[in-house]
Write a protein that binds this ligand. Structure first.
Ligand code: AMP
Length: 218
């Protein structure tokens, strides 16, 4: 069974998806990270999308859809996906349904992480990522361990779109484009809302409970 996670920027999607992927041996398909790597490596695609990424706008549905299909069509990950950052709007959600049908797969559970704008501002301004192991930290809520070799301060990097102005734009984008997914997945009887403001371990436990009690979970 596949799982979908969505929520505003800074809601903790990446942290929670990573936890779920490890615990349930799922493949974390994180569109934002894949697109950021394209920009970092200055590929043809990366050059095309860099300005939209840097200003906090969504990349075109067509580009993201092609990218997602490449992964969904890979039999190795059949029914073992956690979709993190996709879909981001109704056309993408419809496309994902079509792709899952096409490759004989199903979405079993959709998690929405709820977080207020005030908390998001703190989450985003405090967020950094270890450039060695890619672990996500937050100087206010989840600081990197002081005695770690890998995640030492010199290896912690900020995302270029994690500035306050761009964060607000990304949040507005989320409200306009992504919030309609709540109704979409409610109608499919797949949606569960999780309070993304709780401590990380509590969210981990709540999500595990939802997955474990989901009928038909592989
Ligand atoms: P994220 O890491 O999920 O916050 O995504 C970072 C950026 O990648 C977004 O602000 C968008 O520019 C782009 N992006 C990621 N996923 C999508 C998607 N499903 N559709 C369009 N753009 C996306």
């Amino acid at each position: 069974m596949n799982l979908i996670i969505f929520g505003p920027p800074g809601a903790g999607k990446g942290t929670q998806s990573n936890f779920i992927a490890n615990k349930y041996k799922l493949f974390q398909l994180e569109t934002g990270k894949i697109l950021r790597n394209e920009v970092k490596n200055k590929t043809e695609l990366g050059i095309k999308i860099s300005s939209r990424m840097n200003e906090g706008s969504l990349v075109s549905d067509e580009i993201v859809s092609k990218l997602v299909e490449k992964f969904i069509s890979n039999k190795k990950h059949k029914n073992k996906f956690i979709f993190d950052g996709y879909p981001r709007n109704i056309p993408q959600a419809e496309n994902l349904n079509n792709l899952l049908n096409k490759y004989e797969q199903k979405a079993g559970l959709v998690l929405k992480l709820s977080v207020s704008l005030d908390i998001i501002k703190k989450r985003i301004s405090g967020r950094s990522v270890c450039s060695i192991c890619e672990k996500i930290y937050n100087e206010y809520f989840n600081p990197a361990p002081l005695n770690s070799n890998c995640c030492a301060p010199r290896f912690l990097k900020k995302r270029s779109d994690d500035t306050l102005n761009i964060a607000v734009k990304r949040f507005q984008n989320y409200e306009k484009n992504t919030e309609p997914l709540i109704k979409f997945y409610k109608n499919l009887n797949l949606l569960k809302v999780v309070n993304g403001e709780s401590p990380i371990s509590q969210i981990n436990a709540e999500i595990s409970g939802l997955i474990d009690s989901n009928e038909g979970w592989l």
